[in-house]
Write a new protein. Structure first.
Length: 226
């Protein structure tokens, strides 16, 4: 049983972190480089899940994902089944819940790029997309890697959102955190202990990876020491 929960957790976390890594590039670019007056409001909305209780977010997503709502009905027709209590719905909820953990490190890396470097590329005739692809993204790889690790680790530890949206279905939406909760309620200390130990291992490895990235990315644009 624990292998099933582990597989769901790893698949959900990997897909969430990878998709968010792709989405974080345009979103962070808009936050940092856009001169629109809507940027502040947009960034606030993107980071709303940092302060919103997970159970509240899960309830709101259930309402939005419901087949009775317009977005939910459209997605149900597209997927062939309703989003709530499915892996697809769980993945979409995880993307929304973990979004700021992936976007913020990338945005911070973008802010650390010297403006003179970007301006010089533009003076030399590089188009905005070329500047973004060949200068901004390569110089922000530490932030992108940090965002991936944070997105993965945050998804591994999800509980409130996955409980509300996923429904705790064995083999489909039951993650390690939900299995540990079930085992504790059922007085199965051995099963809960195994789940908690695996979650602790994921957290420890993630922290080590983040510390290594932080040490390497303290000043990613500084020249190497002699």
């Amino acid at each position: 049983m624990i292998h099933s929960a582990l597989s769901v957790t790893v698949a959900l976390s990997f897909l969430t972190a990878t998709i968010l890594s792709v989405l974080s590039l345009p979103l962070a670019g808009w936050i940092v480089f856009s001169r629109s007056s809507w940027t502040t409001l947009g960034e606030s909305i993107l980071t709303l899940t940092l302060v919103l209780p997970p159970a509240v977010l899960g309830y709101l997503l259930l309402v939005v994902f419901s087949p009775d709502s317009l977005p939910g009905s459209l997605m149900a027709r597209l997927l062939g089944h309703p989003l709530p209590f499915s892996f697809a719905g769980l993945l979409l909820a995880s993307l929304i819940y973990s979004l700021p953990f992936s976007v913020q490190p990338v945005a911070q890396s973008f802010r650390q790029i010297p403006l003179r470097t970007i301006e010089m590329a533009r003076i030399l005739g590089a188009r905005p997309f070329t500047v973004f692809r060949k200068i901004v993204v390569p110089m922000s790889l530490p932030g992108l890697a940090t965002g991936w690790v944070l997105g993965f680790a945050h998804t591994v530890g999800e509980f409130g959102v996955v409980m509300m949206v996923g429904g705790n279905i064995p083999g489909e939406t039951r993650t390690l955190s939900l299995k540990a909760y079930d085992d504790l309620l059922s007085m199965k200390a051995h099963g809960a202990r195994d789940s908690v130990l695996i979650l602790l291992l994921f957290s420890s490895v993630s922290l080590v990876a983040l510390n290594l990235l932080r040490r390497k990315g303290v000043d990613p644009h500084a020249p190497d020491a002699p």
